[in-house]
Design a protein around this ligand. Structure first.
Ligand code: P6P
Length: 337
């Protein structure tokens, strides 16, 4: 019988009934889903729609924006302003937080990276959108950055869309991780990857090895041991991956295990690291932990970090629990703890 698979909307309704939660995840996700479907359409059209190349502008990070960075951000802002769920939003592409006008009832905050990995767009490698949902504290102001600076453990939900060979949406609401694939024939996300779980052990690590000259000793030790293979201290051969698109890396880890490292190094520590805490590290850490993995800076659990500013950067080590725990132990040893 066709259409056996459950839609994202029906999944969320069933989850709410099962958990008796008052939160309306269906409402919270509706506008995000619209935005991701539209972005998928624009990404998939690529050159045909004149969507490739540079926008001729820079974002708050001082990075050259791609046309699709700007378009994806506009789509996320517009779509998520209409449902009345969000009192305010924050984007990698915008310097300041954005209060949603006329959303007096908006009880949540949406933080997002509208198009992560955009350096891959022009060469047709997978990119994605990352989002994190926080509660709007009673009496707090959506124009005040401090309202958004909540620890990762406060997240209500987090997820990503992956614009790859198929378009997928992977989501956690704090009760495990589930993956949905977009059926473009009917425009619906259908449950294809229920209860995604990261294997504790792996033979695959992902790091930008061109930065090895900057690495701290515990990271160098870990990578060297992996490269030593079965004759080395790990007693097994490892494989390396680097897609330069965090969404693609995390998705691979959710599907088959692995560890992803964008660690602190001698060059990036001046800025605190490379990846942003509020709309990259925290949502991915929530997802990875909910799938049984670990997510650390190497020294601190990412979701325990107390944010200091909206575009704060942090070191990120996440994935298979055994490997993350080993890396944390190596950092502690190097720090003399
Ligand atoms: P590098 C993309 O710009 C990103 O934020 C992540 O998606 C990705 O993992 C990383 O940066 C890639 O960094 O040093 O390879 O350009």
């Amino acid at each position: 019988m066709p259409y056996q698979r459950i839609t994202l909307t029906h999944f969320l309704i069933q989850e709410q009934r099962r958990l008796g939660g008052s939160g309306s995840f269906t409402g919270l996700m509706t506008d995000i889903v619209f935005a991701c479907k539209m972005i998928a359409h624009e990404v998939n059209r690529g050159a045909l729609a004149g969507n490739l190349g540079l926008a001729g502008s820079e974002n708050v990070q001082g990075e050259e924006q791609k046309k699709l960075d700007v378009l994806a951000n506009d789509i996320f802002m517009q779509m998520n302003s209409r449902g009345g769920n969000y009192g305010g939003m924050a984007s990698e592409e915008l310097e300041d937080v954005h209060a949603v006008t006329g959303a007096a009832e908006g009880k949540y905050l949406l933080l997002f990276d509208p198009l992560d990995g955009s350096s891959n767009i022009d060469v047709n490698i997978s990119v994605g959108s990352i989002f994190s949902i926080l509660r709007l504290p009673d009496g707090a102001s959506c124009v005040d950055e401090a309202t958004y600076l909540q620890q990762g453990v406060q997240q209500v939900a987090a997820g990503y869309a992956l614009y790859g060979s198929s378009t997928m949406l992977v989501l956690t609401t704090g009760n495990g991780v589930n993956g949905f694939t977009l059926d473009t024939n009917v425009g619906m996300f259908l449950l294809t990857h229920p209860d995604m779980t990261i294997p504790a052990d792996t033979k695959e690590f992902a790091i930008n090895a061109s930065r090895s000259r900057f690495w701290e000793p515990p990271v160098r030790r870990y990578v060297d041991e992996c490269l030593a293979g079965k004759e080395g201290p790990r007693g097994k051969d490892f494989n390396m991956r680097w897609v330069a698109s965090m969404v693609a890396e995390v998705h691979r880890i959710l599907c088959r295990g692995g560890v992803f490292l964008y660690p602190a190094d001698a060059e990036n520590m001046k800025k605190g690291g490379k990846l942003r805490l509020m709309y990259e590290a925290n949502p991915m850490a929530f997802i990875v932990e909910q799938a049984g993995g670990g997510a650390s800076t190497g020294r601190t659990r990412i979701m325990d970090l107390k944010p200091t500013h909206l575009h704060q950067r942090v070191p990120v080590i996440l994935g298979s629990k055994t490997e993350v725990d080993k890396l944390v132990a190596y950092h502690a040893e190097a720090d003399g703890k």
